[in-house]
Design a protein around this ligand. Structure first.
Ligand code: GLC
Ligand code: MG
Length: 424
């Protein structure tokens, strides 16, 4: 990863469905709590890796449905596809590794002889992954029979059962665990092996993540029977693996605390405006807190008092300005008046703000240039990735203050014609 110059302080490798993403949490609160924690305290020196069974098609669908961050690395199709960064550049080296002793045609032929197997949708059939549904009651017998056949044919494949219904067949060298081992090796060769790795999962295809040397692991409280059974048989004595008492992303936050891997208080859980400031003052943290304030203010979840506004005011330089993409300028005191008038305009609505890929570079002894993406969800409307924004923060004492806020549109953004939409 080019983004970090040194070893990551923490690399989180997390499954998505029922691990990072809780499909029973309509408000997505645990995910939003994780997002705020990550952007405020980890994004700048750590790595976020999503490792999902989903194909690229279904992964992109999930990103439209749930308030997810942009990971540094995306591993899809049960460890058979690795991509990097925002633009998801594929790892061709990994494709070559997987081609070894893999014959998709033979696997397709042999599996077609099993009436118990129902092929999953076309999108989930990938170059190094063939996926079926199979009844829970029949799964073990089918897996045994298939293994026997493949062994006889000298085919080195891996059969994985997940969620009490999904059966995936992959090259032996594939899978979520092997993909992580491959990344670890790559980082090691660059002299950038992460200082700590935390793997997170809930189902069968996550089991091998917990077998990679030196990683910490968390099975979320809602983990599937097949993973818990695997744990009881294989990993129970490993103190680096825990079964959380919290669901999904809340279980991941719990594990960060349990293993002492770093800060584990999400800024979303801090109610007083200045609470927690003493720990560390970092522009990324200030930015996260600012947008959480905006969300709570507009949802009327905090009191309509000058105390809150003045806490923001003290965070802004009196001569500070806001620059709109159209070129229009607004001084920060006018911006304050705008904010004042927005109090409660989203009350009772499903309004959320989260920031993504926050990065700050020092541009002076106490000045930072902070770049980030801001996402918004309003009601049931699809998320909008709000204008790509630039912020300059004067890192004075004791807290950094906003000096100059410059907002730019993302390319092709439909919102670019709407001059009334300010960053704040
Ligand atoms: C995801 C994939 C599916 C796979 C399952 C378990 O749901 O879409 O193809 O079988 O994960 O790995
Ligand atoms: Mg899962």
């Amino acid at each position: 990863m080019e983004r970090l110059k040194e070893s990551a302080r923490l690399m989180i490798v997390s499954d998505l469905d029922h691990t990072m993403v809780d499909h029973h949490d309509k408000e997505n609160l645990s995910l939003l709590r994780f997002n705020a924690l990550w952007e405020a305290h980890y994004r700048f020196d750590s790595l976020l890796v999503f490792s999902t069974g989903r194909s690229p098609t279904l992964y992109k669908e999930l990103r439209k449905e749930k308030p997810m961050l942009t990971p540094d690395i995306t591993i899809m199709s049960v460890g058979t596809e690795i991509t990097y960064g925002n633009s998801m550049i594929p790892d061709d080296g990994w494709v070559e590794v997987l081609n070894h002793k893999w014959d998709r045609k033979v696997v397709t032929e042999e599996t077609s002889k099993f009436p118990e197997l129902t092929l999953q949708s076309e999108t989930e059939q990938r170059p190094h992954k063939i996926s079926f549904y199979v009844d829970k009651a029949k799964a073990q017998d089918v897996i045994k029979a298939l293994s026997g056949i493949f062994q006889k044919l000298g085919l080195d494949v891996k059969i994985i059962y997940s969620g009490g219904m999904d059966l995936d067949i992959l090259p032996q060298g594939a899978g979520k665990g092997q993909a992580l081992a491959y990344l670890h090796k790559k980082f090691k060769n660059e002299g950038k092996l992460p200082k700590n790795t935390l793997v997170c999962g809930d189902s069968g295809n996550d089991a091998e993540l917990f077998t990679i040397p030196d990683v910490h692991g968390v099975m979320v409280s809602n983990a599937q029977e097949e993973l818990l059974q695997w744990y009881n048989e294989n990993a129970k004595s490993n103190p680096k693996v825990m079964h959380a008492t919290e669901r999904c992303a809340a279980g991941i936050i719990q594990a960060i605390g349990h293993f002492g891997l770093g800060p584990n208080t999400s800024p979303r859980d801090v109610t007083k405006p200045k609470e927690g400031d003493s720990e560390s003052i970092h522009p990324n943290h200030e930015l996260v807190k600012f947008f959480l304030f905006m969300e709570k203010w507009r949802r009327a979840e905090i009191e309509n008092s000058e105390e809150y506004l003045s806490s923001f005011k003290s965070d802004s330089d009196p001569s500070g300005i806001l620059v709109h993409p159209s070129g229009a300028e607004l001084c920060l005191s006018d911006a304050m008046n705008k904010i004042r008038s927005w109090y409660g305009d989203k009350q009772g609505k499903q309004f959320r703000i989260w920031v993504d890929q926050v990065s700050s570079v020092p541009i002076g002894s106490s000045t930072w240039l902070t770049k980030f993406y801001k996402w918004e969800q309003s009601g049931n409307a699809p998320f909008s990735k709000k204008p790509n924004s630039f912020i300059m923060i004067l890192a004075g004492n004791p807290t950094p203050t906003f000096l100059h806020v410059h907002q730019t549109w993302l390319d092709g953004s439909a919102a670019s014609k709407d001059q009334s939409t300010w960053l704040l």
